[in-house]
Design a protein around this ligand. Structure first.
Ligand code: NAD
Ligand code: ZN
Length: 364
């Protein structure tokens, strides 16, 4: 037998910029003109965002690129699947897009996750740029390089870690969102405050109404602070071995609730309840104070987010689905819990705490 070794020490630089501003499309395109990342560009978007911003971006892009293509699929989580991924790929192949192409993901998290995964695998990987247009996408899904599609077995089960070349956030696009979409994002924003930024939490506490009035300066400030937190976390732990787990606060119980509602409860609503229940676990364990938890609950209520499970459910069912979640290890449920507003509890250097089933039963 002979053994030959292929040495592949991974020292690639996957760094990228997140640009946040108003009316960013012009600057974005002139930046691409000065510093192109490809000869041809495909914009992937959904049916709603195509009408609002897709055509406009395409016409700007037409002025600087050899070849452009604007592709859309019907809006909604239901479309984040293998079939839609194949359709996009086939249309790109038919149009002759090769390895010298780049992809622009224009839209919410559904577009970002799906289009990012297309970019990760198209001709074994082409560069892509995230242009998020929902609050969820601005503060969460566009940063960190997690791309994925859903399968009948569960959400986000097939995908890749694939970082974008840059993230372009035009805050003005958020003004066409409805209050429901703002609320979805706000649940994640409040989470950032609880896990890492007391001042951000306080700002939301004081100015919830202004957020729903689309105060652009406030939205810019909030998005910037959240991106900074997510960027820092991902920078330190890209593949979620420890620190990145703090972003899962509220998501262990939240995902189980979302799942058992058959997705009738949105992700934002589910994690809002999840954060309250996981917060209660932290209080019961003596890690966190009841006063802080009450304060957090008031902020959720003020934002129109739920703090209790709105249907009857057997706690055992929730516990078993938490055990098969991607986040649990060998059937042991783990959670990241706050010890103060703005700080996650850490034990033996670890940010995820193993939680006994009995403790979870207690809070239900
Ligand atoms: N990759 C990650 O790290 C990560 C993190 C969080 C969420 N996600 C994923 O993100 C998805 C949820 O993202 P989402 O909440 O943005 O949903 P979404 O992409 O479905 O957008 C919500 C709705 O808003 C519409 N929309 C988008 N931009 C708009 C605008 N500017 N004005 C008006 N309407 C607009 C969309 O067409 C859609 O109907 C889920 O699939 C989730 O799994 C991924
Ligand atoms: Zn989330």
């Amino acid at each position: 037998m002979s053994t030959l070794r292929v040495n592949l020490k991974n020292n690639a630089d996957n760094s990228y910029d997140i640009k946040i501003g108003q009316d960013m499309f012009g600057d974005f395109i002139s930046g691409l003109k000065d510093d192109p990342i490809a000869h041809s560009y495909v914009i992937v978007t959904d049916s709603n965002v195509r009408e609002l911003y897709g055509e406009k971006l395409k016409s700007l892009l037409d002025e600087i690129a050899d070849k452009t293509l604007l592709l859309d699929f019907p809006a909604g989580e239901m479309q984040k699947n293998r079939e839609v991924k194949s359709e996009i790929e086939d249309r790109m192949l038919e149009a002759g897009f090769g390895r010298d192409s780049a992809l622009i993901a224009l839209g919410g998290g559904v577009v970002g996750d799906l289009a990012g995964y297309v970019a990760a695998t198209y001709t074994r990987g082409i560069p892509y740029i995230q242009v998020p247009t929902t609050l969820v996408a601005c503060v969460d899904s566009s940063i960190g390089g997690k791309t994925a599609i859903d399968t009948p077995h569960g959400k986000n089960l097939i995908g890749a870690f694939y970082q974008p070349q840059s993230v372009i956030i035009d805050i003005n696009t958020l003004t066409t969102l409805g209050p429901e979409e703002i609320r979805e994002g706000l649940a994640e924003v409040i989470k950032y405050g609880i896990i890492a930024d007391y001042e951000l939490f306080e700002l939301i506490e004081k100015k919830t109404g202004d957020i729903f009035n689309y105060d652009i300066n406030l939205l810019s400030l909030i998005v910037e602070r959240c991106c900074r937190i997510k960027g820092d976390v991902v920078e330190n732990d890209e593949k979620e071995s420890n620190l990145r787990k703090i972003l899962n606060f509220g998501h262990t119980i939240g995902h189980a609730i979302e799942n058992h509602s058959n997705y009738t409860l949105t992700h934002g609503n589910s994690i809002s309840i999840g954060m309250v229940l996981e917060g209660l676990i932290a209080v019961n364990l003596g890690i966190w104070t009841e006063d802080d938890l009450e304060r957090v609950k008031s902020v959720f209520i003020n934002a129109g987010l739920p703090v209790e499970i709105p249907f009857d459910i057997d706690p055992e069912k929730l516990i078993s689905s938490m055990k098969i979640d991607k986040k649990s290890r060998a059937g042991v449920i783990e959670m990241s819990l706050p010890e103060a507003i703005g700080k996650i509890y850490r034990i033996d250097g670890k940010y995820a705490v193993k939680i006994d089933d009995e403790i979870i039963r207690e809070v239900f």
